[in-house]
Design a protein around this ligand. Structure first.
Ligand code: SAM
Length: 282
């Protein structure tokens, strides 16, 4: 009971006064009418407004190539928007069986039943491993419970959350729509450690040593026995950018894609065009 009250209080504290005034809109259909704030397994039901859904999925650059999973899908509105507006395949996981049935009916009514699948189940038991985009409107502690699983997903998987963050994993993008917060993250590749790299065609070899905390990266580059701080390193998903001064003091900017123990990409600064840079984790 205490937890239930705390959850309601936390939600209320994060909602705009506009939402709180919104006690009367009717949800559902002739078969089932959920009420705003009704109990759920781990969190109550409050729907995300469509404007924020569209903004989050736009920020996540959802396309028809994506598989979007909404964790705690409620009446199915996020998977439905993902399918209808963005052409994605979408899956909703919803514990409440009546709500899950309503979501299926809503998907049918929206004409996207071929693209939307609703699983009646628990987000902590059902797999969402094939998601390329994960959405959620849960609670801070539930986000943190999901975080280790999410961080093991393929680099570049996008994660969008309404209202709640992921603790010390900073978002890559913050949104605000009608005074509601949205957060977007890209699952970062694991790049920590030492990499031997080579500028193809130039016989330049070096070592890149990276320290990493989520998408935040720093480190050093060593060429010809001289070590310097790596300049402007940035990581988004599997895309790593970094720069360094070569032995002649010329700035080289690398844009590489990390694939497990290897990276490959282009290096600017050698003559008119880019050349290839490859790296291997030691
Ligand atoms: C705040 S609502 C969000 C609904 C929808 N995602 C949206 O943004 O409109 C959270 C939903 O999660 C569901 N839920 C709570 N705990 C769950 C769990 N462990 N597994 C699956 N669904 C859950 C609730 O029944 C509720 O429908």
């Amino acid at each position: 009971m205490l937890r239930c009250l705390a959850i309601v209080a936390l939600f209320v504290a994060t909602q705009s006064t506009a939402l709180l005034a919104q006690t009367s809109p009717e949800y559902g259909d002739d078969v089932y009418k959920p009420s705003m704030g009704q109990a759920g397994k781990d969190v109550i039901w409050i729907p995300t407004p469509e404007a924020l859904i569209t903004a989050l999925l736009t920020a996540a650059k959802v396309t028809d190539k994506d598989i979007v999973y909404d964790l705690g899908a409620g009446d199915g509105r996020i998977p439905i928007v993902a399918a209808k507006q963005f052409g994605a395949r979408a899956v909703g996981i919803e514990y409440d069986a009546d709500m899950a049935e309503l979501a299926r009916r809503n998907a049918r009514r929206a004409g996207v039943e071929q693209k939307v699948r609703i699983i009646t189940g628990d987000i902590f038991k059902e797999s969402f491993a094939d998601a390329t985009v994960v959405t959620m409107y849960l609670l801070p502690d539930l986000n943190l419970k999901l975080r280790p699983l999410i961080l093991k997903m393929p680099p570049g998987t996008r994660v969008a959350s309404h209202a709640f963050n992921m603790g010390d994993w900073e978002p890559d993008q913050l949104l605000s729509v009608d005074a509601r917060d949205g957060y977007l993250w890209y699952v970062p590749a694991d790049v920590e450690g030492t990499w031997a790299f080579k500028e193809d065609g130039w016989n330049t070899e070096g070592t890149l040593t990276i320290v990493q905390r989520y998408q935040r990266v720093g480190g050093t580059v060593t060429i010809g026995g001289k070590t310097q701080p790596v300049l402007g390193p940035a990581l988004r998903g599997d895309k790593l950018t970094f720069a360094y001064n070569d032995g002649d003091g010329v700035l080289r900017a690398a844009h590489v894609v990390v694939n497990g123990r290897e990276f490959k990409g282009t290096l600017s600064g050698r003559g008119p065009g880019n050349i290839t840079i490859t790296g291997m984790r030691r």
